[in-house]
Design a binder for this molecule. Structure first.
Ligand code: IMP
Ligand code: MG
Length: 189
């Protein structure tokens, strides 16, 4: 890091969606998912960013009486942070067969859509009977492929957001809210 002002692990995070707002949306999404009458749902959390949203959503679904199984998949899209190459690779796969299953893919952000399109097609190609997508944050301006999520917590402009599982250079995942990173200003601090 040459210029400390460019260091994404430093600076201040301006809150965009508070803990209370997130909890409300997670409960509402669980209600919508429960209303779709999932059958032995396979709940696939995309790592790493989806782990906090996934953990809250799975418990909200439990409160709704939805029975499910949890799996994890780790996907990486290559290229720089701002310009992905479009190539997605599996770093860690789920451990069960999806044939005939009702799959819900859960991730933090839907931006270009390349990661979730890959995950959706992967589950389809393995024979899932239904594949739905839930994301906490949708950034439609970033879309590079035709893909929409079935369940969206919040829609936001093309900001780089952090917190609630989402990172910038591995930092900020622990914040209980979602915010926008504001680099240190040399005037105000
Ligand atoms: P995609 O561009 O839709 O394929 O998103 C790829 C991945 O980039 C997401 O699953 C996130 O992990 C990450 N990502 C995209 N936008 C943001 C952001 O604003 N903050 C943190 N991570 C992001
Ligand atoms: Mg992700």
């Amino acid at each position: 890091m040459t210029n400390p002002q460019d260091d994404p692990t430093k600076g201040h995070v301006r809150s965009l969606f508070s803990e209370e707002e997130i909890a409300e949306r997670v409960t509402a999404l669980a209600g919508e998912i429960a209303a779709s009458e999932p059958n032995r749902m396979l709940f696939v959390i995309v790592l790493k960013g989806g782990f906090v949203f996934g953990a809250d959503l799975v418990r909200a679904l439990g409160r709704e009486g939805v029975r499910l199984e949890v799996e994890f998949i780790s996907l990486a899209s290559y290229g720089s942070r701002l310009e992905t190459s479009g190539e997605v690779q599996i770093r860690r796969d789920i451990e069960v067969a999806v044939s005939g299953r009702d799959v819900l893919i859960v991730d933090d952000v839907l931006d270009s859509g390349l990661t979730l399109k890959f995950a959706h097609e992967l589950m389809r190609s393995r024979g899932a009977s239904r594949v739905s997508i839930a994301v906490l944050v949708d950034k439609p301006e970033g879309r590079r492929t035709e893909l929409e999520a079935d369940y969206v917590g919040f829609t936001c402009p093309n900001y780089f957001v952090v917190g609630y599982g989402m990172d910038a250079a591995h930092a900020w995942r622990e914040l209980p809210y979602v915010g926008v990173l504001e680099p240190h200003s040399s005037e105000a601090g």
